[in-house]
Ligand binder design. Structure first.
Ligand code: FE2
Ligand code: FE2
Length: 189
C-alpha cells in the first residue's frame, strides 16, 4: 500500500493494528476514552471544520462572490489560528504523545513513522499557506496579482484540507484504539 499522505486511502489493518478490535462506533461510549482523548478528538474536529471553512471561503473569494475587504477581515484571523494551532498540535504530538505511544506497542511503529512523515508534509503546506496569504495581502495593497494569488491560496487550502482530513482519520485510527486498550492512566497520560 502506498503510504504517502496524498497517495494512500485509509490505512490498512496491518498499520492500524488495534482498529479492528476497537472500531470507531464504540469509541464515544468506551470507558477508557478519557479526558485527554476527548479533548484531542475535539481539537481534530475543530481543525476539520476550520480547514473546510477556509477552503470553501477561499473558493468564494477566488470566484468573485465576496469583496476583498470583508474577505481579508474574515480570512486573516482564521488562517492564523489554523496555522499556529496546527503547528503546535503537531509539535505536542511529535515531542510528547508519539514517543509514549510508540513505546507502548512496538507493532505501531510503522503507523507512527507514517504519521510523523505526514506532519512534515502538512507543515510544508502550512508554510505555503502562510506565503499564499501574504501574497494575497500584498496583491490587495497593489503590489501583486490578486486573481493569481487568490487562485493559488484556494488551491493550497484545498490541498491542505484534503491532506489534513486523511491524516486526522488515520491518526485517530492508530491512537484511539491504543488508548482504549491500555487506558490513559495505563499509558501514563
Ligand atoms: Fe498529527
Ligand atoms: Fe493530531
Amino acid at each position: 500500500m502506498p503510504l504517502g499522505l496524498f497517495d494512500r486511502g485509509p490505512i490498512d489493518d496491518e498499520v492500524a493494528v488495534l482498529r479492528a478490535r476497537y472500531p470507531r462506533e464504540i469509541w464515544p461510549t468506551h470507558h477508557n476514552l478519557g479526558e485527554t482523548a476527548q479533548f484531542w478528538l475535539q481539537r481534530h474536529d475543530m481543525f476539520r471544520e476550520l480547514g473546510e471553512m477556509l477552503r470553501a471561503g477561499s473558493v468564494e473569494f477566488a470566484e468573485g462572490r465576496v469583496e476583498a475587504g470583508p474577505f481579508m477581515g474574515w480570512l486573516a484571523p482564521r488562517l492564523n489560528v489554523f496555522l499556529q494551532q496546527l503547528h503546535s498540535h503537531h509539535h505536542v504530538e511529535d515531542e510528547h504523545y508519539f514517543p509514549i505511544f510508540r513505546a507502548a506497542d512496538a507493532r505501531l511503529g510503522a503507523g507512527f513513522d507514517l504519521l510523523d512523515a505526514d506532519h512534515h508534509v502538512i507543515d510544508a503546506l502550512l508554510h505555503e499557506l502562510a506565503d499564499a496569504g501574504n501574497a494575497l495581502q500584498l496583491g490587495l495593497k497593489g503590489r501583486g496579482d490578486v486573481p493569481g494569488a487568490s487562485a493559488h491560496l484556494a488551491d493550497r487550502l484545498a490541498r491542505a484540507s484534503t491532506g489534513l482530513m486523511r491524516h486526522l482519520d488515520d491518526e485517530e485510527d492508530i491512537v484511539v484504539p491504543l488508548i482504549l486498550d491500555r487506558s490513559e492512566p495505563g499509558l501514563g497520560l
